[in-house]
Design a protein around this ligand. Structure first.
Ligand code: AHR
Length: 497
């Protein structure tokens, strides 16, 4: 029996808009030949950045953007990316295929992009190969309105006013590409960087610790980091702890993003579902130090990671995006919302042309992926109040493994509208779900559905609108009982008024 009870009077706190955040790394064609085409390009652009991408990100209310990496961040030296572009050094992106790095896209371009989108900037600072002084000066360059060498340098480079900087990451995956550091060593470095970096602006700046362990972490290494930060004579606090969670199937040569079997669909859903456990275990570690849940758990990289598409540079991580990705996105966002007391921010990897991309480009062409459309359909959840839902889902089984057949989440915005989103984890079976609406007076229901003709349906540059949201006619209201026909592998967003 697939059943939901929506409890209109049981409010479960705010869903932080920042869980709908994005991540753009200097990797493959995310920045160069993706977002950045240069001012002289024939592709319409605003100061070098593609207009269509800016418009697309504005349309989904992208709340924040993380940059410049990823692994790239711990090799990035910010001074390479300021000043006249033709004087910037040509460096090598040794993490990602030794690609030439012109440094044409640097601090000013990134901050400009954020302002154009209306997104808050989230910069990941270099701990792995940088110095405390380098990071300290970068933040002064960005945030100081005082008379100082750094702020004068910024002014000389064309920006009079300092920028607000709400989110600052101290390193990235320092257990891996960020330096292969032990958790003890990273914690000691965190203490040092944390002490010396200073925000000079009025907007508070959260200092975020690089999470410890990969997608399989149960929080053991984070426990070491937290112990070393807090259980000392001079505790150093953190505002946020990041974790990364990938549905990591890149080594499976039998599947690609748009070529897979129903068993592989199940395996993908199973891995996606496991993030619930990873959040719980990391939350438990943090709660030992912060039972009031003030520290943000930030999943600042997440998504599907499949084999690179044929004909593409293996280091550039370009993959297609199907309705399978849409369901993973919807289910993961539901799980984040289930943990809205701790998970306050997240960044899907990545924005353009890399991994579970929101947007793909080819020359002047651009398409919005099924994942993008989920973010569009779910945007009403941003900063809304989460409402309690009791979900009774049938099993979706494969061999010994069992998952819920669907997931759902509900929120109420300031206008009083209730957004109920659902996704069907089964690729080949439609579900009928009854929803008992309590303590709300619902007169109308309308919505959108995203579904494909096949489980690997996707958009191409020739057919960019094969998978797009359409008006949903599968919801009927009878008194305060709602019946919803959720298509196979489909995502539905309903507005109840
Ligand atoms: O998103 C691609 C890479 O995945 C990032 O650079 C790194 O942080 C993670 O391992």
């Amino acid at each position: 029996m697939n059943k939901i009870t929506l409890k209109g009077k049981t409010e479960l706190g705010k869903i932080n808009k920042h869980i709908y955040g994005h991540f753009a790394e200097h990797l493959g064609a995310c920045i160069y030949n993706g977002i950045w085409v240069g001012e002289d390009s024939d592709i319409p652009n605003i100061r070098g950045m593609r207009t269509d991408i800016i418009e697309a990100l504005k349309a989904i209310n992208a709340p924040n953007l993380r940059w410049p990496g990823g692994c790239f961040a711990d090799q990035y030296h910010w001074r390479d990316g300021i000043g006249p572009r033709d004087e910037r050094p040509l460096t090598l992106n040794s993490h990602w295929g030794d690609a030439p790095e012109t440094n044409a896209f640097g601090t000013h371009e990134f901050m400009d992009l954020c302002e154009l989108i209306g997104a808050d900037p989230y910069i990941g600072g270099n701990v792995g190969s940088g110095t405390v002084q380098e990071m300290r000066e970068w933040i002064e360059y960005i945030t100081a309105d005082h008379e100082s060498e750094m702020s004068n340098l910024r002014r000389a480079n064309g920006r009079e006013k300092a920028w607000p900087m709400p989110f600052w990451g101290i390193g990235n995956e320092n257990w891996g590409c960020g330096g292969h550091m032990s958790p003890e060593f990273y914690a000691d470095l965190y203490r040092q960087f944390h002490t010396h970096i200073k925000n000079y602006g009025d907007t508070p700046m959260m200092k975020i610790a690089s999470g410890y362990g990969g997608s399989d972490t149960d929080g053991e290494d984070l426990a070491v980091v937290m112990d070393r930060l807090y259980n000392t004579r001079f505790p150093v606090r953190t505002d946020g702890v990041s974790i990364h969670y990938y549905v990591y199937l890149r080594n499976d040569e039998t599947q690609r993003a748009a070529e897979f079997s129903t068993d592989q669909w199940f395996e993908t859903m199973k891995l996606a579902h496991h993030i619930d456990h990873v959040i719980e275990t990391n939350d438990a570690v943090i709660s030992e130090y912060d039972p009031e849940k003030k520290i943000w758990l930030i999943v600042d990289e997440w998504g599907n990671w499949f084999q690179v598409e044929e004909g593409h540079n293996p280091a550039y991580l370009y993959q297609q995006n199907t309705v399978r990705d849409a369901v993973v996105a919807a289910h993961t966002l539901h799980i984040f919302q289930d943990h809205n007391d701790r998970v306050q921010m997240a960044n899907i990897a990545q924005t353009v042309n890399v991994l579970q991309a929101m947007i793909l480009t080819e020359g002047e062409k651009m398409l919005l992926t099924p994942t993008y459309h989920v973010f569009d359909m779910f945007k009403g959840h941003q900063d809304a109040t989460r409402l309690a839902l009791d979900v009774e889902a049938d099993d979706y089984s494969n061999g010994e493994d069992t998952l819920p057949a669907f997931s759902a989440s509900a929120s109420q915005s300031a206008s009083g509208d209730v957004l109920l989103t659902l996704c069907n984890l089964k690729p080949d079976e439609a579900l009928t779900i009854t929803c008992d609406v309590q303590d709300l007076n619902v007169a109308t229901v309308e919505g959108m559905v995203l579904a494909g003709e096949a489980m690997n349906a996707h958009n191409t540059f020739d057919q960019p609108e094969k998978v797009v949201p359409t008006a949903f006619s599968g919801a009927t209201l009878d008194g305060q009982s709602l019946s919803i026909d959720l298509p196979a592998g489909g995502v539905v967003a309903l507005t109840l008024r």
